[in-house]
Design a protein around this ligand. Structure first.
Ligand code: SF4
Ligand code: SF4
Length: 92
């Protein structure tokens, strides 16, 4: 299981979730942010930190945003420009 960022993040993108994630597994994409399902430990810290309610455990994602589960995973599978591992930006 993993947490998932859904459509309401687009337009907000305040990165409050990034601040609280202990795994550093939330990355910024062109439209919104995404959670790496392979690294998320389901701690739940990000969900209440989100001002627009965009973050859900994958089993609780509302029906209208189900496609976001695959979108979060796909972001890390290919990266924003097609290279693996892109999206991690805080390991400088
Ligand atoms: S549930 Fe925890 S580990 Fe997973 S993305 Fe949110 S803050 Fe990070
Ligand atoms: S806290 Fe919510 S709105 Fe802000 S960047 Fe994270 S998912 Fe997007």
């Amino acid at each position: 299981m993993a947490y998932v960022i859904c459509d309401p993040c687009a337009g907000a993108k305040d990165k409050a979730c990034v601040e609280v994630c202990p795994m550093d597994c939330i990355a910024e994409g062109p439209e919104r942010l995404y959670i790496n399902p392979d690294e998320c430990i389901d701690c739940g810290a990000c969900a209440p930190a989100c001002p627009v309610g965009a973050i859900f455990p994958d089993v609780e994602v509302p029906e209208k945003w189900k496609s976001c589960i695959a979108q979060n995973a796909a972001f890390f599978a290919t990266g924003p420009s097609g290279h693996e591992g892109a999206g991690r930006s805080s390991n400088e």
